[in-house]
Design a protein around this ligand. Sequence first.
Ligand code: ZN
Length: 480
Amino acid sequence: MLICSKHKKALIESHIPYRNKQNKHKFFTLNETSIKLGKIIIIPERFFDKFLFIADTSYRLLNEKELLTGVDNLQEFYLKKLQEKGYITKSKRIRMQELKSVFLKSFDSEFLRMINSSFNLGDENTWFHKVLRKPRVTCYPLRHLLLLLFLNEAFPNNSIKDNLENYPFGKGPWPCLNKAANHYKELLITECVVTTDSKTKQPVGTFACSQCHFIYSRRGPDYDDKDIYKIGRVKNFGIVWINKLNELGSNGKYSTRKISLILGVDSKTVKKYLENDKGITKDKLKKIKNERIIKEETAEKHKKDLLILINDNPGFSRTELRKVNPSGYIWLYRNHREWLLKNLPNPKISHKTTAKINWDQRDEEYSFLLIKEAINILTEEPLIRLTKTRIAKRLDLQSRFEKNIDKLPICKSILDDVTEDIEDFQIRRIRLRAEGLRKENFYYSKSTLGRAAGLGKNISRKVNKVLHEELGFLDNAHSN
Ligand SMILES: [Zn+2]
């Protein structure tokens, strides 16, 4: 550090030696003697600004904590900057040789030597290479400052991460960029919709002015305060812009080029919108007129056809009429339903759906199916509980049983008998597992059997009784 960032003056080097062991970790108060005995550091005039930048930025780095949270992304920041300045190839490599040469040209070699940062164009693995690489190696902070100085950038404001990721377009407000509006460039837009470009994955901000309905978007992130005045694409010009365009266009005094300059778009856009505006009304009117005429003619034709058909076939039902001329019938149904229903013969009541169901017969049929399926379920492994829903579902009779179970008394009583509640199912499991264990000559305790039957900790008295019964079987078997 050679300059005081506060007083913008060269520092004075004190007479106190700091390289010997004794003084290294001591603080010395600044007094008259040390100033008198100290020597002013001579800084060549032409380097003053550079040293001031370094002093300023160092001061900020030491005192503004949030600057450091951005350090992770410094490299990314450098790359973006280098890309803007054309030092990145299409294959995303840094044009290192070119960059080194420009860097060395932009700093006096004496200056670089003064801060121990000089290198030669042909050198590899210099600090300059390191500082641009991924932050595997930490680099002397002064070198970062040098690079920022070279890139003509201040230390990125606030946390870079915060700015670039969470607020790629800053926190607003943003200007309305409608040149036709008298509030052009005024910071009126307070909201920005951020989306991601599907191809480049870069953020895209969309800004809409609520006053003139001018909407524009821009690819981000913003790196510079001035970026907020850039338009990527205009998404909507809005009524103010269109009115201004028409006003300029009908005036007759302005050429297309002149209008395009006033409104901040290219001549093509001006032409397109001027022509469109005139064209729209004429074309649209014509189109609407034509469509209406065609529709009227079509309606006439279909109505006439249908009336003739009804007249010629007095006994025809609606369905029969539709079958003879389906397209006409459907067209009328969609476009002139009221007329159609008024002119059609009265609907005939169909007798098909009221055919009587013989419930007794059904009951008998279903009951056989029920018994068969119950047996299937009870012999299945792994064991499953036999519920009304399950058996009905398997027989595809769910809605039948739900709606008409009272008309099916046999089924109802069978269902009541065979279905299991949780206790019933637990008991079935105990009996089955106990039998299985006995068959294999396993001696089992109450807890073994409980586990085998998949019982939880809480069992009812009834279930507990069954467990004991099954243990009793064991005792009997052994005593026999
Ligand atoms: Zn506006």
